[in-house]
Design a protein around this ligand. Structure first.
Ligand code: HEC
Ligand code: HEC
Length: 288
């Protein structure tokens, strides 16, 4: 009887110790790994707050100014702009389809801080590239359209919007959360057969069995197309399997964040190989 009681006390004691230990760990995790978001209002109050990580940025109560607001509209609803004689120039994607949350999502190639990154040396061009040129790269490739005039209101508006998002980034050069996540590229070619299985299970519900996306009753895309005539062309970053894999790993299926990826590196690589094995618009030559 006595022995049993002692054993019981030991159990209780061990239980308590575990409880305290567990609670301490949970407290530690909450306190130290949770990125504290800093609102723009707070950022404006204190000149000392400096964003060094895209994840710190919180889009709230931005200062109003018409030019950058126009830029934000263009980034979100690009397909409503850029018509020539009533005819659409380029595809029906929006910048935001890839630069998610209007260019503020970490590791979805966000716009935050880019004012401090450009001009930047481009390996492809073998020269320095301005922010305007980089934006036009996406117009010519990701949007399958044409470069827009660097002095146009639209270009100025996009740059003004990026400037606003960069307001509290003081450091020159790259900050954490820009670009796309790094992944371990398998030492083999992407396997589209494996990619097809992942696509059908994890992607087709939104992007369609034939990669054509899904439209609403107003003929607007709810989910953008991944291949075919109305998407990024073969010169786009997304047309490169490695770039697409890095984007997908950090952002897809929709709602995925870089710190909670759904796919493994191999799955992201193979599904990127699959979507890029289909035909898409060919980039027009004679442009830069
Ligand atoms: C189909 C997807 C897609 C669309 C649509 C798209 N982009 Fe991009 N964009 C990318 C990718 C991919 C990159 C390269 C990211 C990387 O490699 O870090 C990129 C890079 C950029 C960069 C440079 C980012 C950096 O960190 O240096 C800018 C600026 C940019 N895009 C602007 C735009 C604008 C403005 C639009 C709309 C007119 C647009 N993009 C539309 C996919 C897209
Ligand atoms: C729940 C719906 C949903 C699922 C599932 C989903 N996506 Fe997406 N995907 C989206 C939406 C929405 C966007 C555009 C994001 C935006 O505009 O905010 C997008 C954008 C993209 C883009 C960039 C835009 C373009 O048209 O090229 C790629 C590439 C992509 N998804 C690939 C995938 C892959 C691969 C999978 C499966 C692993 C997947 N997606 C699963 C909804 C989804």
């Amino acid at each position: 009887m006595k022995g049993n009681k002692a054993l019981f006390e030991v159990y209780i004691l061990t239980g308590l110790v575990c409880l305290v230990f567990g609670a301490t760990i949970i407290w530690y995790i909450i306190e130290f790994t949770n990125q504290k978001e800093i609102s723009v209002k707070e950022q404006q109050k204190s000149k000392n707050i400096e964003i060094t990580d895209v994840g710190q940025f919180k889009k709230k109560s931005m200062i109003h100014d018409e030019l950058s607001e126009y830029g934000e509209q263009i980034v979100k609803y690009t397909s409503n702009y850029f018509y020539k004689n009533n005819e659409k120039i380029g595809n029906h994607l929006n910048c935001e389809n890839c630069h998610i949350d209007a260019g503020t999502k970490p590791f979805a190639a966000p716009f935050i801080g880019l004012i401090k990154v450009y001009p930047l040396f481009s390996e492809r061009l073998n020269r320095m590239e301005s922010l305007e040129d980089r934006i036009n790269d996406c117009f010519e490739r990701s949007m399958n359209a044409e470069a827009i005039d660097k002095n146009s209101l639209e270009m100025k508006a996009i740059v003004a919007y990026i400037s606003k998002l960069s307001h509290n980034v003081k450091k020159e050069g790259r900050i954490k959360g820009q670009g796309l996540v790094e992944i371990q590229i398998p030492d083999r070619k992407a396997d589209p057969q494996h990619g097809k299985i992942i696509y059908n299970n994890q992607c087709s519900a939104c992007h369609g069995m034939n990669g054509q996306g899904t439209k609403d009753t107003n003929n607007q895309y709810t989910y953008p197309p991944l291949w075919g005539n109305d998407t990024y062309n073969n010169g786009a970053g997304m047309a490169q399997v490695v770039t697409a894999a890095r984007f997908i790993k950090g952002n897809m299926p929709f709602g995925t964040t870089f710190n909670k990826p759904v796919l493994t590196d191999e799955q992201a690589y193979d599904v990127a190989g699959y979507i890029n094995s289909f035909s898409r618009p060919i980039k027009k030559e004679n442009k830069h």
